[in-house]
Design a protein around this ligand. Structure first.
Ligand SMILES: [Zn+2]
Length: 293
């Protein structure tokens, strides 16, 4: 067995190392969350202009404006480049007291939040999944979910560029039944997509409105590919419960009325992560309680 926990290294040390690794990766996820939608929007704008004949050439092909690695991190307000010491996860935010060193513009709380969340989620993931290969898969799963949730919160968008690879990697991971037997994973991917797709069309035909987006179907499809179809009811139950509680709280506190749009992606992502780590435990506990009655 490829256990992380060996005789030489204590579980606490591993948790601490993974937590720090998570802080650094979380810092990169912040860049993905901020820049991937910008890149996509620039590409869509350009594609539309080429299609409408407004411009002749594909500008993004000629001159890539913004990539994940270029330009270097800078203040979104004054453009001041961020020095290496100002780029240390969480610590720099505290040292700078949440303000740009140059223009004193407030730095979004999203940065330290995503870093801490990534550190915490990776540490918990590795602590629960002892097997090294499985843990690496679970880390990929967790990172994709955090990026998707962050982008959905900011942009109400779940990019295909993340949901679709996530789906394929999930099916690949389950060729050997890592998290679910392959037939259950394939059925899960199909059922995940079609269940929300049917709900979407029923809602649209009845109310004439769109209740959710195609990104949500693809994300649930990916979750089905990772977890197997048996976990989908649990994922829907957890995500819709938390989504509804959050929605009611937001309406009561914000007073924005019923037109308030709440992205569903973060709730799906959170529920998917919970189901990967504790799904079997929750389902077993539920049915054992059920049988006892
Ligand atoms: Zn600044």
């Amino acid at each position: 067995m490829n256990h992380f926990v060996t005789q030489n290294i204590s579980p606490e040390t591993i948790t601490a190392v993974v937590f720090c690794f998570g802080l650094v990766v979380g810092s990169f996820l912040n860049v993905v969350i901020l820049r991937l939608p910008q890149q996509l929007k620039a590409q869509w704008k350009n594609d539309s202009e080429v299609f409408l004949g407004i411009v002749q050439e594909d500008k993004n092909e000629v001159q890539p404006s913004n990539t994940l690695l270029w330009p270097p991190s800078h203040c979104t307000n004054c453009g001041q480049q961020i020095k290496p010491w100002q780029n240390i996860p969480v610590i720099s935010y505290l040292l700078l007291r949440g303000r740009c060193n140059n223009c004193s513009h407030a730095i979004s709380l999203q940065y330290p939040f995503v870093e801490l969340l990534t550190g915490f989620m990776l540490a918990v993931t590795v602590a629960y999944i002892g097997d090294a290969i499985n843990a690496i898969y679970a880390i990929i799963f967790t990172l994709c979910l955090i990026a998707l949730a962050g982008i959905d919160v900011n942009e109400k968008l779940l990019p295909d560029q993340i949901t679709l690879p996530l789906l394929w990697v999930g099916l690949f991971a389950n060729i050997n039944g890592t998290f679910a037997p392959l037939p259950d994973a394939v059925t899960g991917a199909i059922a995940g997509y079609l269940s929300l797709w049917s709900l979407y069309w029923m809602f649209k035909l009845v109310t004439g409105r769109e209740g959710m987006g195609y990104g949500d179907f693809k994300l649930l499809s990916a979750l089905g590919a990772w977890l197997g179809w048996q976990m989908l009811p649990l994922v829907i139950l957890i995500s819709s419960t938390f989504g509804a509680v959050f929605g009611v709280a937001a309406i009561l506190l914000g007073g924005q009325g019923r037109n308030l749009q709440i992205p569903f992606g973060p709730f799906l992502a959170g529920a998917g992560w919970i189901a990967l780590l504790w799904g079997d435990t929750i389902v077993t506990w539920y049915f054992s309680g059920f049988n006892a009655i």
